[in-house]
Design a protein around this ligand. Structure first.
Ligand code: SF4
Ligand code: SF4
Length: 427
């Protein structure tokens, strides 16, 4: 029996609701206890991935009133901002947008995603302003000196995504790999958190709607609607949250061979209000299609499923520094897309808080310092053949997505997160 939205909200309010993470739901299904799913009132779902459609809207003072008429161009840590829309004439205050995919002119491999994390970590950032009368202004500013700092997703949390291979004969530099993508379909990369993804659990957008309260990078935010390129078959969401309340571990920059990209995380509560949602929460990774695209032409060349990449694999990388063979130059320090590994003293250091568990280090390190089973996609082509292609890089971090779903469950149960019924359904 599924209940109505208001019945579930009342149960949550009374502290009687059964709230489970999508991961816990999948353990029930694995144990053959599907009959118990009808007892579940709310499933907390999540995803963490490279999400290009991210931008920040910031407003903050850099000088006193009448210091300059208008800002013409602005850079933050070398990243060009979009000036406006408000001119703030003679106020000494900037209004601007920064794209998550923008690249710094002064710091190699530093982009909008890195800047957003630095701000949330309360690091001061360098602001350079060119005024409309040709003067230059410079200031160091931190997030707490920005009265307005909101992060927006113009296209986030896709109902899963795709895997990529390079079917060509030359390596390709792309946002879908952190090194040159090896040719001849020798390796695969992929995005998508599979069975725990929010829209996989509510594909018809019955419980998620305009005004749904979510966690974006750990901060409470709201769904605005669907995002760009959203379709019935592959919906995604747009939304926003206040950067002041975000947690750095859920966000950041991710370096690809086509430059830095932006990481974001979402956790979304799904009240089980329909038979479709009840059926969907039972669907496991093996039942979820993973289209495989050629990275050069972005066309599908076959099909795999999320079971290939999230079943019998490790969500987490293991670090065994005693295996280090002391290469002349540490290949992982160079290749890690999160800069989570340093090796200045001849001994590798791993910063777990920065690590995305993408797994790239596993194939890069000759000493076996990093271990992780990443799986292989079983590429099924239209001609009926099946080819196994090892995963070299994950652009989704299911480990922290699970942690965010757990955090959302905890907040719902202790009453600090209020599930909000949408103000309108998304058509
Ligand atoms: S690549 Fe691996 S084995 Fe070589 S120095 Fe770095 S950690 Fe050690
Ligand atoms: S899994 Fe390895 S390569 Fe990927 S972020 Fe972590 S340390 Fe870096």
């Amino acid at each position: 029996m599924v209940a109505s939205y208001s019945e579930i909200l009342e149960k949550v309010e009374r502290g009687e609701a059964v709230v489970m993470t999508a991961q816990e739901v999948s353990w029930l299904v694995e144990a053959g206890e599907t009959s118990r799913l009808s007892e579940v009132d709310v499933v907390t779902t999540a995803t963490r991935a490279v999400m290009s459609g991210t931008y920040a809207v910031l407003s903050f003072p850099v000088a006193g009133p009448a210091s300059f008429l208008r800002a013409k161009r602005i850079w933050i840590n070398g990243i060009a901002a979009q000036v406006g829309p408000c001119p703030n004439e003679n106020l000494g205050i900037l209004d601007l947008m920064v794209f998550g995919t923008a690249h710094s002119r002064s710091q190699p491999n530093y982009g909008g995603g890195h800047l957003f994390r630095d701000l949330v970590e309360r690091k001061k950032v360098q602001v350079d302003v060119e005024t409309d009368d040709g003067r230059s202004l410079h200031a160091k500013v931190g997030l707490d000196e920005m009265p307005h700092a909101r992060l927006f997703g113009s296209r986030h949390a896709f109902k899963n995504y795709s895997a990529f291979v390079n079917a060509g004969i030359e390596p390709v530099n792309t946002i879908f790999h952190s090194r040159g993508f090896a040719p001849h379909c020798r390796e695969a990369t992929f995005s998508g958190c599979g069975q725990i993804n929010p829209l996989k659990n509510d594909p018809l957008l019955e419980s998620i709607g305009i005004g749904t309260r979510v966690l974006m990078n750990g901060a409470e935010g709201f769904v605005l609607g669907t995002g760009t390129r959203s379709s019935k078959e592959r919906p995604n969401l747009s939304g926003f949250a206040d950067m002041h309340k975000m947690a750095a571990e859920f966000m950041g920059g991710f370096v690809t061979s086509a430059g830095p990209e932006c990481i974001c995380s979402w956790a979304v509560p799904i009240p089980v209000i329909s038979k479709t949602i009840l059926e969907e929460i039972a669907r496991q990774d093996r039942d979820i299609d993973l289209p495989v695209n050629d990275v050069s032409c972005r066309t599908a060349i076959g099909q795999a499923d999320y079971g290939d990449v999230w079943t019998d694999v490790d969500n987490e990388v293991e670090f065994e520094p005693e295996n280090c063979s002391g290469c002349t130059s540490c290949l992982v320090e160079e290749a890690c897309p999160m800069k989570a590994v340093s090796n200045e003293t001849g001994t590798p250091n791993w910063n777990e808080a920065l690590c995305f568990h993408c797994g790239l280090c596993v194939s890069v390190c000759p000493g076996g310092v990093f271990r992780c089973r990443l799986g292989a996609i079983r590429l099924k082509t239209a001609a009926g053949s099946v080819k196994s292609i090892p995963v070299a890089l994950r652009q989704s971090d299911r480990l922290r997505a699970i942690r965010l779903a757990e955090e959302l469950k905890r907040r719902i149960m202790d009453g600090s997160f209020k599930i909000a019924q949408p103000v309108e359904r998304i058509s």
